[in-house]
Design a protein around this ligand. Structure first.
Ligand code: NAP
Length: 290
């Protein structure tokens, strides 16, 4: 067997962190964290765990006491991760899910959610000058990622967040959690609420599907509207291509993934990730897997 990266010696002191999901083999998180670990020269390793669809809680419970430093958590376990935690950060509570668990030596599990940080990092990296408080934000979706986006933009002072979802009841219950600055908009009215929007975020695995045509939709948006897609496979989605064709600035899901990984790395290993071109490394991995 030929290793794809130079061999690293592991020791009895090697710190372990990882990502748990189901499925998880597609996750880019091991690529990001191990590249940083290697560049920083930390005695650590970051691995993927697939506890099985019903197995997350038992798996995480077994890690109490610091068997490993911590876990990033991805679909479908983010809500289970929040539920198992003993100490929950305010942003995880508001997002209703956790993407980061830390296992303390005293047996307690600490939960956090860095997806909102990642989302804002992505906007600031790829749309310099973007100001979250300057105009309403439109979010497509009402699942965990959408809820995290709503929480992050409200915390940044967005005057209004408009939630558009296939299932209106789910959108309504999300809006109820956050109060009057969140408004539910029917999918048929999406174009009508884009004119004064400062941002449009796709937080569904589908984007716009077949209709309406993305170009027609994006032409309804003001020229200052920044369009973001949380999907990063492919990196240039039909949603983002439609926005770019209409002359709008775009932000991709890979930037968000990197942005949520930075505070995770800091939490696992106690230092900021080294300044390497992590986006290039991730893009190479995406290309080789395509
Ligand atoms: P989720 O909790 O399962 O929610 C999915 C949402 O998408 C729901 O609002 C659902 O609508 C909607 N949806 C699903 N299929 C749809 C379709 N065919 N047409 C229209 N709407 C559809 O998932 P999630 O955790 O929020 O994740 C959403 C997306 O964000 C995923 O693609 C995920 O990979 C991505 N994500 C990316 C990052 C990143 O770092 N880049 C981080 C987190 C999530 P209903 O309520 O009507 O079912």
């Amino acid at each position: 067997m030929t290793p794809s990266t130079p061999a690293r010696s592991l020791s009895g002191m090697t710190l372990v962190a990882g990502v748990a999901g189901s499925p998880v083999s597609h996750s880019l998180s091991p690529i990001l964290h191990n590249a940083w670990i290697q560049a920083a020269g930390v005695d650590a390793v970051y691995v993927a765990f697939a506890p099985g669809p019903q197995g997350f809680t038992r798996f995480a419970d077994g890690l109490r006491g610091g068997v490993i430093r911590g876990l990033n958590v991805t679909a479908p376990f983010k809500q289970d991760a929040l539920a198992i935690a003993d100490v929950v950060s305010e942003r995880a509570r508001r997002a209703g899910s956790a993407n980061l668990l830390l296992f303390a030596a005293d047996g307690r599990i600490h939960a956090d959610n860095t997806d909102g940080v990642g989302l804002l990092y992505a906007f600031h990296s790829q749309a310099p000058g973007f100001e979250p408080a300057s105009a309403p934000i439109v979010v497509l979706g009402a699942g965990g990622a959408a809820r995290g986006a709503v929480a992050a933009f409200l915390a940044e002072g967005a005057p209004e967040v408009r939630v558009v979802n296939r299932d209106p009841a789910r959108a309504a219950s999300l809006a109820e959690m956050f109060g009057t600055r969140v408004r539910v908009v029917a999918p048929a009215d999406l174009a009508a609420v884009l004119g004064d929007a400062g941002g449009l975020i796709n937080a569904t695995p589908q984007g716009l599907g077949g209709s309406p045509s993305p170009l027609a939709l994006f032409e309804a948006a003001g020229s200052a509207c920044v369009v973001m897609d949380m999907i990063y496979k492919p990196i240039r989605t039909r949603f983002l291509m439609g926005a770019a064709e209409a002359g709008l600035r775009t932000v991709d899901g890979l930037s968000m993934l990197i942005g949520q990984a930075i505070p995770s790395f800091e939490a696992f290993f106690g230092a900021a990730p080294p300044a390497i071109d992590i986006r290039r490394i991730a893009l190479e991995q995406l290309e080789s897997a395509a």
